[in-house]
Design a protein around this ligand. Sequence first.
Ligand SMILES: CC(C)(COP(=O)(O)OP(=O)(O)OC[C@H]1O[C@@H](n2cnc3c(N)ncnc32)[C@H](O)[C@@H]1OP(=O)(O)O)[C@@H](O)C(=O)NCCC(=O)NCCS
Length: 146
Amino acid sequence: MLAAVHALCFADPDVAGPAWSAQAIADLMGLPGVAALIAQDEQEPLGMALIRTVVDEAEILTIGVTPTARGRGLGTALTQACVDTAAAAGAAALYLEVAETNAPARRLYAATGFEPVGRRANYYHLGGQPVAALLLRRAMGANAVV
Ligand SMILES: CC(C)(COP(=O)(O)OP(=O)(O)OC[C@H]1O[C@@H](n2cnc3c(N)ncnc32)[C@H](O)[C@@H]1OP(=O)(O)O)[C@@H](O)C(=O)NCCC(=O)NCCS
């Protein structure tokens, strides 16, 4: 089910890269400290996130909302749930990588308290072009600006 939702969220590989296979997601779920978060209504899953916590650092491995469910706060709610999960697991900071060209995701993360701490040039290949990754960090206990 996670792979099916991920495939919907990452149907456009030019935005944030290709969807992950069911095997890749199963492999990640088998690693210590990995948790899946799902946003859903009564009928169907509408978004998902995978988060990994190792000692005092956590990372959002992937996060997405299905295209027809976007723009109504689910991405914000999922991101906040990742923050809460990381804090509950004892993390002092939560990290993620985002393509520099992914404007909706960058707005989401800025609004939920993430700050850039690094940049990796040519990290992604999106739409036939090299695209930099921004490494973002959110300190636990930091206030979001929303
Ligand atoms: C990024 C993503 C998770 C946001 O989900 P969402 O449910 O639309 O998020 P929200 O409704 O909480 O809105 C968060 C921000 O995104 C903005 N946004 C949503 N859809 C947008 C769009 N089509 N274009 C521009 N901005 C958009 C919102 O306006 C909001 O910004 P604001 O604070 O300026 O209002 C979603 O667009 C997505 O799944 N994208 C594809 C996968 C992806 O890029 N994942 C992140 C990889 S790092």
